[in-house]
Ligand binder design. Sequence first.
Ligand SMILES: [Zn+2]
Length: 374
Amino acid sequence: MLLFASAANAQDSIFARSLVDTLTSTYFWGRGYTNDGMGKAGRFIASQYSAYGLLPLDGQRYEQPFSFNANTFPGAMEVAVNGISLVPGKDFIVGPQSRGVKGKGSLVKSDSLHYVNGSNRVVLTLQNKLTWSVEQEVADYTEVEIDHQAISGTPKTIKVDIENTFVKDFPTANICGYVKGTVRPDSFFVFTGHYDHLGGMGSKTYFPGANDNASGISQLLSLARYFALHPQRYSIAFICFSGEETGLLGSQYFAHHPLIPLDKIRFLLNMDILGTGEEGITAVNATVYPKEFALLKKINDENHYLVKIASRGKAANSDHYWFTEKGVPAFFIYTMGGIKAYHDVFDISRTLPLNEYNHLFKLLLEFSTDIMKP
Ligand SMILES: [Zn+2]
């Protein structure tokens, strides 16, 4: 029995690692707006649902289509300061609201962190850490954020060649499947996580998003694979959201166009950033749902899965938020400790430990199974 259990665990870890490797590969291009990265990731997840035997949540198809505007950077991404070329992602990022620009000129100091090239409307910002994001609008200037360690001396001249494409109504979809309940199929436990990330910045650089949120999607798919083989009394839905990085847009769309009645959701568990765990996990909404939090802690304490489960109140920091606003009981779980890479090119699979993956899987499995008990 013990031998069997450890073999199963090893398999789960290998499964998770292969999923994180896959979702962070060049092919998926950061699951964003260029090279069809987000589209490819959505189709990959749908193919996994299909392989496990999940049913489409709306009875027809896994995709729940919607769209939103996005400023994208598909082409040139070149910056030189004081005549020295900088490496995209590592030395600099472009402000996500930036318009494209090609030109060169001198920089005028605005304050200790900002330098301006007026003729090209370029602002250079010095940063301690580069943290990228996505914007739904384009500004009438270009911002180049530079790691202060990447340049020596005062920035005096800048040369830029940056292409942007503003995409109106970028088409995307939430990927929604479920396992039918055996006793109360109209009641649902729901697992969610976002599969989109920041995508590419120029034609040569992308943001892999291993921890954010290939880790959560791999955990969600592990649970989907398990529950497809072990149906429970309630139906269990699995929703991979798009558009999270652009402002929780996929979950907002679902919460306002639900494919199942929201009052039939007994509990929702959102997973975002699950790749570490040396310092345990945090449960957002723990203080809002003390009964469920006590259950989560009890299971953890009895089995010594994670070193700590920290309690947090309401927070609008991931896809559970819109459901909480609609009164759906929900936790958002994220891991703590370990690598600090976040919204940068260093959030890669190779350095993501996934060290608490099996413990987390068991905790979430037992928690959800307990909630669905009579
Ligand atoms: Zn995330």
